[in-house]
Design a protein around this ligand. Structure first.
Ligand SMILES: [Zn+2]
Length: 118
């Protein structure tokens, strides 16, 4: 089941058994670990560094950039912002939007020609 909120836990060592819905932040090892927010149970490890993920904490945790679990079957993609999971629409939906836009463009051209040869 998809989750929409995540609890954070600051740890010195990432536990072997991860709890669902918990974001383990290990500042000793510069890593953030959590179970995939879609509920598939896959372990997601995000290294914290200027080249990887950036963690900001003001009482609530925000991670940047987004988390794309394309290596797993679920292919889930989400942001963690202010302790919340913000889901990004699946690629399928993006494609649909693109197709729609193309169709509209074609229609516009047709209208243009119709007007030209009236
Ligand atoms: Zn997943």
């Amino acid at each position: 089941m998809k989750i929409y909120e995540i609890k954070k836990e600051f740890v010195h060592r990432v536990p072997a058994e991860l709890e669902e819905g918990v974001l383990y932040v290990c500042l000793d090892c510069d890593v953030v670990v959590h179970k995939c927010a879609c509920g598939c149970g896959e372990k997601v490890v995000l290294p914290l560094s200027p080249e990887h993920w950036k963690l900001s904490y003001d009482g609530e945790v925000t991670l940047y950039p987004s988390i794309g679990n394309y290596q797993y079957d679920c292919k889930s993609h989400y942001f963690i912002r202010d302790d919340r999971i913000i889901w990004i629409e699946s690629n399928g939906k993006h494609e649909k939007t693109k197709k729609k836009r193309k169709k509209r463009k074609k229609r516009n051209i047709k209208t243009f020609f119709n007007q030209l040869f009236r």
